[in-house]
Design a protein around this ligand. Structure first.
Ligand code: AMP
Length: 558
């Protein structure tokens, strides 16, 4: 056997600290602007950020945190959270970002499961920390992201972040780590059962940052000012805190106020060119802008993902406000980016209406993600835009196994995402459902997301969810649950008529239920499990009709 000839290039590990070190050296004076919990706007540069991240690393080492230990954050998007990202991972500890909107019991479970050594928290979460601390006895200390003057009155003994930082000089060299060491720990939102941990590595985080920055992905650059609305506690804010220093983009961090007015004013004030968030957040921003009669002066693109972006929202952004929407799909287990809606050379030469149809989908896989759809017995399905199947993925930033779980979630080396999708000839993915939300009518699948998108395009509809309802003849039929826009009125019949010509006849919901609000998960996704529970006993008019016919056929009295 011959020995393979090895390349003779430097063996420099792909480590998270190198991203900030690069920005500090090559975009050192570029600003990071944060709206603070204290109420003011804080501004400093990548150079300052690296200096303080090093102070934090020194402070944590002084507290006895060892490489590999988990240090958690409960924080909004802000400069201290960014320092935590780099200060914790920079010396080999693991930054565990916790979603504060989960139920306190779930958070306590996560903290204990992760075995967090310290927890850094924004002072808004002081009551939550007081509730958690007695349930998390192994946490060695709770650190408030504030100076002594802003420490909240609490039952739990806490340390001041700024006091810890002041004791350090920042004279610290980022160590070379093994790139396969763990970097971040993110838990899934746990819509069913306990949340599960996805443990990223330095290598996966850096490769993901490269992938995210590509022109056909987020296309960030040193000429952008990027405002991630997506929280840094949710899948690393889709990688923006890593892609921004990699590219040298200015970062604008919005803190806790995510209402339309606050976001709009920050975007305008900081000349933001680029943003990213879930559809619910954009609803608030668009509502505010419509009512205030204002336009963007600098924003030109935004990533929308986390849930399907309704085509109506895409059109409003593009036609009314001149903002390009990049529809993205991904998940915690994928760091999270998988696909983004950027057209190919060939697609961009097709008629505009066709281009738009493509852009409504979740887009093409970026390099680093391979995907396939499979049917029964794992058989791969064709990419014809018609065949629905379970979506499987693989790649260097895709999960191999969950934190502290022995059994592998993989099937033949691929990760089953739990999403159901089609892929068309252009390689464009279209998510039609979560597999557990699929509606099976007479053995055929109906896409609940497509049904919802039609409803949302109706001017009187604020939000809509489509769920399966039991049916004697078809097994399941779609029920549409709708929240009307404030002050608007629409009837069941008007809404059902609105579907004519927009979807196949048999996809039109059998009934409409109007509600004041829909249940959401902590990350803003519709909680269909809960909704199905609420409407468990709902009887569809068509079911009654069919029940009657079946009974008559059986000769039973009705
Ligand atoms: P999470 O891990 O909390 O980020 O949730 C990931 C899940 O959100 C995915 O598996 C999808 O079900 C859903 N999701 C994310 N992005 C999209 C999108 N653009 N369209 C439809 N569903 C999405």
């Amino acid at each position: 056997m011959t020995t393979p000839l090895l390349g003779q290039m430097m063996d420099v590990p792909l480590i998270v600290s190198s991203l900030l070190a690069h920005a500090a050296r090559h975009a050192g004076s570029t600003e990071i602007v944060s709206r603070r919990i204290e109420g003011d706007l804080h501004r400093y540069t990548y150079r300052d950020c690296e200096q303080r991240a090093k102070q934090l690393a020194q402070a944590l080492i002084a507290l006895g945190v060892a490489p590999g230990e988990r240090v958690a954050t409960l924080a909004w998007n802000g400069y201290r959270h960014l320092e935590a990202y780099y200060g914790i991972t920079g010396f080999g500890a693991v930054c565990h970002t916790i979603n504060p909107s989960l139920f306190p019991d779930q958070i306590a479970y996560i903290v204990n499961h992760a075995d967090d050594a310290y927890v850094l928290f924004d002072t808004t979460f002081a009551p939550l920390v007081d509730a958690l601390a007695p349930q998390c006895p192994k946490v060695r200390g709770w650190i408030a992201l504030a100076d002594e003057a802003h420490l909240p009155a609490m039952q739990t003994p806490v340390l001041s972040y700024e006091t810890l930082m002041a004791a350090q000089d920042g004279n610290f060299a980022w160590p070379y780590l093994d790139e396969r060491q763990a970097s971040y720990l993110c838990y899934t939102s746990g819509t069913t059962g306990n949340p599960k941990g996805a443990l990223y590595s330095h290598r996966s985080t850096v490769l993901h940052a490269f992938g995210a920055s590509l022109p056909d992905a987020m296309s960030l650059s040193a000429r952008d000012a990027v405002l991630p609305v997506v929280p840094m506690f949710h899948v690393n804010a889709w990688g923006i805190p890593h892609a921004a220093p990699l590219t040298g983009a200015k970062l604008v961090l919005p803190g806790k106020d995510l209402d339309g007015k606050s976001l709009y004013e920050l975007m305008e004030g900081e000349r933001v060119t680029y943003s990213a968030g879930v559809p619910t957040v954009w609803l608030g921003l668009l509502n505010y802008m419509r009512e205030a009669g204002v336009q963007f002066s600098s924003l030109n693109r935004t990533v929308i993902g986390g849930s399907a972006c309704p085509p109506a929202m895409l059109r409003t952004f593009e036609d009314d406000y001149g903002v390009q929407v990049i529809h993205a799909w991904g998940m915690t287990e994928m760091s999270p980016l998988g696909t983004l809606s950027k057209l190919t050379w060939e697609q961009s030469r097709r008629p505009l209406a066709e281009q738009r149809k493509s852009l409504e989908k979740q887009g093409r896989a970026i390099y680093g993600v391979d995907m396939k759809i499979v049917g029964e017995e794992g058989r791969e399905l064709p990419w014809d835009g018609v065949a629905f199947g379970d979506l499987h993925v693989r790649g260097p930033w895709v999960i191999d196994r969950y934190f502290r779980k022995d059994d592998s979630p993989l099937a033949d080396g691929w990760f089953p995402t739990g999403d159901v999708a089609t892929i068309d000839r252009d390689g464009f993915l279209h998510i039609t459902d979560r597999s557990k939300d699929v509606i099976k009518s007479g053995g055929e699948w109906i896409s609940s997301i497509d049904i919802e998108n039609v409803a949302i395009a109706h001017p009187a509809v604020a939000e809509a969810a489509c769920i399966a309802c039991a049916h004697p003849k078809w097994t399941e039929r779609p029920l549409l649950v709708v929240v009307r826009r404030a002050g608007a009125s629409v009837t069941r019949e008007e809404l059902l008529a609105f579907y004519e010509g927009k979807v196949a006849k048999w996809w039109i919901p059998d009934d409409v239920a109007f509600v004041d609000e829909l249940p959401h998960t902590a990350t803003g996704k519709l909680q269909k499990l809960k909704l199905r529970d609420i409407f468990r006993d709902h009887v569809l008019p068509s079911a009654l009709e069919d029940e009657k016919n079946c009974s008559l056929a059986r000769g039973n009295p009705v």
